[in-house]
Write a protein that binds this ligand. Structure first.
Ligand SMILES: NC(=O)c1ccc[n+]([C@@H]2O[C@H](COP(=O)([O-])OP(=O)(O)OC[C@H]3O[C@@H](n4cnc5c(N)ncnc54)[C@H](O)[C@@H]3O)[C@@H](O)[C@H]2O)c1
Length: 339
């Protein structure tokens, strides 16, 4: 029988880590999942995700903070992951206004620990999550990987830019193949309670007012979780090559001239008005929202929109889920889960 491939997923009790782990186990991967079950949102939801994953024998779970790099190294020396997907982080723009220090620890320090780990255990490929927020004050839309990302508008974005930058230096210095994902507003079942879809659904069902930021003029590229996971999965074996190797490059390729390092947008390549997003939620719930129009919050960008040509060239994959379908699936899950 073919040996199971091995992978470390950090942030496995998180929204994306949970789905990524399920997808990989369905493809027979042995997954080492590590998550510190941090308290930025409902820990019961994180624990429920981990409990569900633990039903599968291919899953090995640890719950501790990744700041503990000795423990991380010891576990990985035994498990020997051939690949790492690093998703653990303190996510979200708004929380970074109130709690910047957590971002420094969970994003910058922890990414450093993961880079050190990747160097020590010599992984075949390290892939990690960055965000569309790194495009910050970027006027050129849709966002292309090669554009300048030196005008972040939130501290969250700057910690992700720092992580991207540190990863390039490690890739160059130690020859570690690294792919950086830039995710665009991910949504779907088991989604984060601090994100708009979850908050709006909860408020509409409970007859509460929803805050519509930037007076409804915000636009977001919403990516359905299954599409995101597939895109990320295809990139696992799309390993950036060293400059000394024979390399194929594509239009707008972000492949580094000097290192086996690349950054890839994973989005839906569509910019949707916030009010249209709300209408889809209303349709799925069969109920109107009470809207409170407010100004844009500090740190937010008014529009995100991904150019995904690079993802398509590298993997042949194009996200296809329609927003209305994705929202319906979320609402069904929400009603079931919170019944
Ligand atoms: N969801 C999105 O729309 C989105 C968009 C862009 C980028 N991202 C990035 O994708 C990744 C996953 O996001 P998500 O939406 O699943 O978030 P999430 O908060 O649901 O998952 C992150 C997980 O990491 C864990 N974690 C945080 N700090 C930790 C630490 N110091 N040690 C150990 N575990 C820790 C948390 O407990 C959590 O379970 C993050 O890196 C995030 O920045 C997400």
């Amino acid at each position: 029988m073919k040996k199971n491939r091995t992978i470390l997923i950090t942030g496995s009790a998180g929204f994306i880590g949970f789905h990524m782990t399920r997808y990989l186990m369905a493809k027979n991967w042995k997954v080492l999942g590590i998550d510190g079950i941090t308290k930025n949102y409902d820990v019961n939801l994180k624990q429920a995700r981990h409990a569900l994953l633990s039903k599968n024998k291919l899953f090995t779970k640890y719950e501790f903070l990744l700041e503990n790099k000795e423990k991380l190294l010891n576990i990985c020396l035994k498990f020997k992951p051939e690949i790492i997907i690093h998703l653990a982080a303190q996510a979200g723009v708004r929380y970074s206004i109130e709690n910047p220090e957590i971002y420094l620890r969970s994003n910058v320090n922890v990414t450093f620990n993961i880079l050190e780990l990747a160097k020590k255990i010599k992984v075949k490929h390290l892939l990690f999550a960055s965000t569309s927020s790194v495009y910050g004050y970027n006027q050129k839309l849709p966002f292309v990987e090669n554009s300048n990302c030196n005008r972040p508008l939130s501290f969250y974005a700057s910690t992700k830019i720092a992580s991207e930058s540190m990863s390039h230096a490690y890739s160059y210095s130690y020859g570690i193949p690294i792919s950086v994902f830039r995710f665009f507003t991910v949504y779907g079942p088991w989604g984060r309670p601090d994100m708009a879809l979850h908050r709006f659904t909860e408020s509409i069902l409970n007859d509460k007012m929803i805050n519509v930021y930037n007076h409804g003029k915000m636009k977001r590229d919403f990516t359905y979780i299954d599409d995101l996971v597939k895109g990320a999965y295809f990139l696992i074996d799309t390993i950036p090559k060293k400059p000394s190797q024979k390399r194929k490059t594509f239009n707008n390729d972000s492949l580094s001239e000097v290192a086996p390092w690349r950054v890839v947008n994973i989005g839906n390549a569509e910019s949707i008005k916030l009010l249209d997003f709300v209408t889809e939620i209303e349709n799925a719930l069969g109920k109107k929202a009470k809207k409170n129009f407010v100004k844009m919050q500090i740190g937010d960008v008014s529009e995100t929109w991904s150019n995904i040509e690079l993802l398509e060239s590298l993997t042949g994959f194009t996200p296809k889920t329609k927003l209305s379908d994705g929202i319906k699936t979320f609402v069904n899950w929400y009603k079931n889960y919170y019944q």
